[in-house]
Design a binder for this molecule. Structure first.
Ligand SMILES: Nc1nc2c(ncn2[C@@H]2O[C@H](COP(=O)(O)OP(=O)(O)OP(=O)(O)O)[C@@H](O)[C@H]2O)c(=O)[nH]1
Length: 360
């Protein structure tokens, strides 16, 4: 090892909702050079789906599902990194050469980087190896304009992965590249299709520094410090406490999420018609829909994903996860929306499928 800094590098993989983070993660983890990589996944919504889509499932996969890592689960992040370090130290798990942290699509990377740099136990043993931001070339132009989280993620990046290049026209990609170059001149832009990023483009960004980025980034880190200090979090966010029932608003800009549970197997075509109608009718209010479905006549769970108005081909998982809540084999859909009441969605889904739907 030529690196004199023996601390464990942590790569922060961020990017707006549905940008292709998990797809990149899976590709990277298949590379032999990524063996000994511990994976931390922070999930939004009350039912995590992402970690079931990650192919590496062992004791070095940690799910942080108590909220968004940038505002409520920094304590969980610290605890998870401490635990991983101690387990590896005691040889209870294989040695860890690096950590890959996938944030939620709405995370502000600044507090995450701040935690890595400032929390004493963590900063002594881990170093931020850079922020890699997945930018969906098919949606980024609008997202950068409409969502400050997307703007922050792009502006904070050490490297920008331009994902879904197979779905965009070269002129549109070039226009986006120009926008990103203005926004974050210091970040290298790497076009990516189906998550196929070279491992050297993913790792080895070096010690984290705000140099070369917009000056605002430093301000964001300052803001993060204030937020960390003001960790006077609501009582229900404290360890051991449960979030209140009903939809949880994650950020001040009115983005909220809810989970729908279906009481019986779904008729596929009727469900698809309902979903298409919802996407068409409410396209501007939907940020992300994803779920695991129990489809009538199919023994395997089917995963669906929508990013704004785009619906991606459904894929089957090899088996139902045997862990709660999926061990009941019920269909669940996670909606991340802005100003779209669950009642409207529930009514449409129920009318088309005839299946009872409850809001979790
Ligand atoms: N055609 C195409 N589809 C892609 C590409 N990258 C990702 N996708 C699809 O885009 C959808 C979202 O990808 P994910 O990797 O789950 O995105 P994510 O950023 O992890 O999503 P969240 O964690 O929910 O924010 C999935 O259906 C992927 O298969 C790509 O390069 N080309």
């Amino acid at each position: 090892m030529t690196d004199p800094d023996r601390r464990i590098p942590v790569t922060v993989l961020t990017g707006f909702l549905g940008a292709g983070k998990t797809t990149v993660l899976n590709h990277v983890l298949r590379h032999p050079g990524a063996a000994r990589t511990a994976v931390l996944i922070n999930e939004l919504g009350d039912v995590g789906v992402d970690h079931h889509l990650v192919e590496q499932v062992d004791e070095t996969l940690v799910v942080l599902d108590g909220g968004c890592v940038c505002c409520s689960v920094q304590g969980d992040l610290v605890a998870a990194l401490k635990r991983l370090f101690m387990q590896a130290f005691r040889k209870e798990i294989p040695p860890i050469d690096r950590v890959l942290l996938e944030t939620t699509g709405l995370a502000d990377p600044a507090p995450v980087v701040h935690t890595l740099m400032e929390e004493p136990f963590i900063a002594d043993r881990y170093r931020c190896d850079g922020v890699v931001t997945a930018v969906d070339v098919t949606h980024a132009a609008g997202q950068l304009h409409e969502h400050r989280e997307a703007l922050r993620q792009a502006a904070m990046a050490d490297r920008l992965l331009l994902t879904k290049c197979d779905l965009a026209a070269p002129d549109d990609i070039a226009a986006l590249q120009a926008t990103l170059a203005t926004l974050n001149p210091g970040a290298r832009q790497i076009p990516v299709t189906h998550g196929e990023v070279a491992i050297d483009d993913m790792f080895g960004g070096g010690l984290y520094t705000a140099t070369g980025k917009l000056p605002e980034v430093a301000a964001w880190l300052g803001e993060a410090q204030v937020r960390a200090a003001a960790a006077a979090t609501p009582a229900w966010r404290k360890p051991g406490k449960k979030a209140p029932a009903g939809p949880v608003t994650h950020h001040a800009d009115g983005v909220e999420s809810y989970v729908l549970r279906f009481e019986a197997p779904l008729p596929w075509w009727e469900f698809s018609d309902a979903l298409n109608l919802i996407l068409q009718a409410y396209s501007h209010r939907i940020l992300r829909i994803k779920g695991v479905l129990d489809v009538r006549g199919d023994p395997l769970p089917r995963v669906i994903q929508c990013v704004q108005h785009s619906i991606y081909p459904a894929v089957s998982l090899p088996a139902w996860p045997d862990t709660p809540p999926f061990d009941d084999h019920c269909s669940r859909l996670v909606f991340i929306v802005r100003g779209l009441p669950s009642e409207e969605v529930v009514r449409t889904l129920h009318e088309f499928t005839g299946v009872a739907v409850s809001v979790q």
